[in-house]
Design a protein around this ligand. Structure first.
Ligand code: NDP
Ligand code: MG
Length: 400
């Protein structure tokens, strides 16, 4: 019997890599359900190849268009529109595993639903853990779910920890986690040129091909900041025991320093199919189509400390983790608004941290909301504030 997999965010970069792994092992895995926001052509192609039982399209018009096309192609896949569709994909009874690969806060509710249903949650959507780590970890435990990190760094760390380790427990014998960061496309760009960097330049990552939001996050290093918070939840360690190291070649995907002085690392090609197939096959190992690493061809490997003047977003994320309470939620919401505005040309690259900083100052030291409704309400409030902050700034610029 093959393992049923639901893919949240199937038309994205992680979704495509997951489907590629499934196609390589048709005897082992089947895509039983999939979701997208509005990409009708992408979802039609998935339905033609994979014949899932059910798909969700958040956009209602897109759902209607997809239904028509599926009928024309005589494909019996059911289409469920809206947020209800996302939950139907997450909770599909034939899915033992759920790939959580929606980008941003929109991934939170379906990821929580999969956890409550006791699925194996393959977590790519780091934003859900940053927004509501306590709630998601509780849902994993209450639902009897398994949580396997797909983010390459966290997957690397998971691989380096003792065999019996489960996410959410504090690992024994670990002194420090060393999270590697490529530094993105602007690692060595002269500081005075950063302000003029375009969305396309920010999305031109030197090593990884990813969606546009995470690509901008990599350019600001907010991605690493979110990952530090993600690591704190997954591996039960405080901020002081999670260290970021810039490693421009992206060969070492992260490391763990043990009490006896050993440093364990996981190395590989920068290809997300490695962590994806690891999570799907765990505790077995399968081929995910990734070419083998040639260390001689990879050349010298460099490691440096991050420059917090160049990457203020990384500093803000570290401060948010230490501050605790609502700060990580605020950081994430403001970042999503700022990155979206940057991609639309409404703010400059160097204004992204300013939007986040202003939002964190406005929220002060509010306690962490303890229910999903309170989390979503605060997320919405911060989004409105950040949007207004950007609007006022645009207005001032027009009048200058
Ligand atoms: P993409 O932008 O490539 O894909 C995003 C997916 O989410 C698409 O299927 C998109 O649908 C869907 N989506 C977007 N907005 C919404 C919404 N409001 N509601 C429902 N669905 C939505 O992103 P990536 O695949 O790059 O990233 C996905 C997640 O994985 C992110 O959280 C990212 O941080 C994380 N991640 C990604 C890595 C990578 O290599 N790409 C590496 C590590 C983590 P549609 O196509 O219809 O718009
Ligand atoms: Mg990562």
């Amino acid at each position: 019997m093959s393992v049923g997999i639901s893919i949240l965010g199937a038309t994205g970069s992680i979704g495509a890599s997951t489907l590629d792994v499934i196609e390589r092992h048709p005897d082992r895995f089947r895509c039983v359900a999939a979701s997208a926001r509005g990409d009708v052509d992408g979802m039609l192609a998935i339905c033609q190849r994979h014949r899932p039982d059910l798909v969700a399209m958040v956009d209602a018009d897109a759902a209607a268009r997809l239904s028509t096309l599926l009928r024309e192609h005589s494909i019996p896949t059911e289409v469920v529109p809206g947020e209800a569709g996302l939950l139907a994909v997450a909770e599909h009874p034939s899915a033992e595993q759920v790939m959580a690969a929606i980008v941003g806060a929109a991934g939170l509710l379906p990821t929580l639903a999969a956890a409550r249903q006791g699925k194996r949650v393959l977590l790519a959507n780091k934003e859900s853990l940053v927004m509501s780590g306590a709630l998601l970890m509780d849902a994993i435990e209450a639902g009897g779910a398994e949580l396997l990190p797909i983010d390459s760094e966290h997957n690397a760390i998971f691989q380096c920890l003792p065999g019996g380790f489960r996410c959410g427990l504090a690992p024994t014998g670990v002194e420090e986690i060393l999270l590697t960061a490529s530094g993105g496309p602007f690692l060595d760009t002269p500081l005075d040129q950063l302000t003029d960097m375009s969305p396309d330049a920010a999305c031109a990552h030197p090593n990884w091909v990813m969606g546009r939001k995470i690509s901008v996050d990599s350019a600001t290093m907010m991605n690493k900041g979110l990952e530090v918070i993600e690591a704190a939840w997954l591996f039960g360690l405080p901020a002081g025991r999670i260290r970021v190291i810039v490693h421009p070649q992206s060969v070492v995907h992260s490391m763990v320093r043990m009490a006896d002085g050993s440093v364990l690392a996981q190395l590989g090609e920068p290809d997300m199919r490695t962590p994806i197939v690891y999570g799907m096959a765990w505790p077995e190992r399968l081929d995910g189509g990734v070419r083998s690493l040639d260390l001689v061809a990879a050349g010298p490997l460099e490691f440096r400390d991050p420059d917090l003047e160049r990457f203020p977003c990384l500093r803000l994320a570290g401060e948010a983790l230490v501050a605790g309470g609502a700060a990580p939620l605020v950081l994430n919401a403001a970042n999503e608004v700022a990155v979206d505005a940057f991609l639309r040309g409404a703010v400059r690259f160097t204004e992204i941290p300013e939007v986040i900083d202003a939002s964190l100052s406005r929220a002060g030291s509010e306690a962490s909301p303890d229910s999903i409704d309170a989390i979503l309400a605060m997320d919405g409030e911060i989004r409105r504030f950040a949007g207004e902050f950007i609007g006022n700034r645009e207005g001032r610029r027009r009048h200058a």
